[in-house]
Ligand binder design. Structure first.
Ligand code: CDP
Length: 240
């Protein structure tokens, strides 16, 4: 399938129409942003690395029963995906306190809560993705209650599957953000990406960041760390 018109131009990805109504091509950019676009840079090979990392993760999730938009990797930084009707929501799972939660509740980063924490945010750069709850979602017509229940169950499955996969790669899954949409038959599916740009990955032994915090907090070389994540995942997934 070939790229046709650009239908979405985001901070880190572009979505192109294809000759089929049911498929789109998603391309990953080298642009890196933090703090809702306030801090910006271009990181060589980042698009290719995130595309490959997210491909491996989405294929792994598909093999384990999670319906996703992923179809195939086309080029280094391009994927063929099922077209989705998207929900204006972001879902975050947290296994360890970090980032905004650490700041908001003044809890030391690295604290392990008694159970994973799941959060919902309204997807809006202008409003800085405000956190909302399930009552807001249903009352404001953002998603049906049954959809929300289904999503929270899938989030728990994704969290367990990813935690297990990453553990084998000597990476702790601190938190991650995902998005959902519906395919052309109305089935709920995981969309967007899962990569070190949308999750916190800490090396299990050294606890060093292998994620976007390297960029947002000026902690080290992003390209080297993302390459390391890809090679560890390839080792576990492709070489057994
Ligand atoms: O990273 P930050 O402190 O701004 O936000 P957070 O609420 O701690 O984010 C939790 C996780 O979701 C992190 O892995 C973020 O990278 C990810 N996230 C994202 O990918 N996109 C957003 N708009 C917000 C969070």
């Amino acid at each position: 399938m070939k790229k046709q018109t650009l239908i979405y131009n985001g901070k880190s990805k572009q979505i192109f129409a294809t000759e089929s109504q049911n498929f789109v091509i998603m391309t990953y950019k080298d642009d890196e942003t933090a703090y809702f676009g306030v801090k910006k840079s271009v990181i060589p090979n980042k698009g290719m690395l995130n595309s490959k990392i997210s491909s491996l993760i989405f294929q792994y999730l598909e093999r384990n029963g999670i319906h996703t938009h992923y179809v195939e990797q086309l080029d280094n930084n391009e994927q063929l995906c099922r077209r989705a009707t998207t929900l204006p929501l972001e879902f975050i799972a947290r296994n360890v306190i970090a980032g905004s939660l650490s700041r908001r509740l003044d809890i030391e980063e690295g604290t392990v809560p008694e159970q994973p924490i799941y959060e919902i945010c309204l997807k809006s750069d202008a409003l800085r993705d405000p956190m909302i709850n399930g009552y807001h979602v249903v009352a404001l017509g953002l998603a049906k209650e049954e959809t929300l229940t289904q999503i929270l169950k899938i989030m728990q499955q994704i969290n367990s599957l990813l935690t297990e996969l990453l553990k084998k790669s000597h990476i702790d899954l601190i938190d991650f953000k995902v998005e959902f949409g519906f395919d052309s038959e109305g089935n709920l599916m995981l969309i967007d990406e899962i990569s070190p740009d949308t999750a916190r990955f800490w090396d299990s032994e050294s606890h060093e960041h292998l994620d976007r915090d390297l960029f947002s907090r000026d902690l080290g070389d992003v390209e080297i760390a993302y390459k390391e994540v890809l090679s560890r995942l390839e080792n576990v997934l492709q070489n057994g």
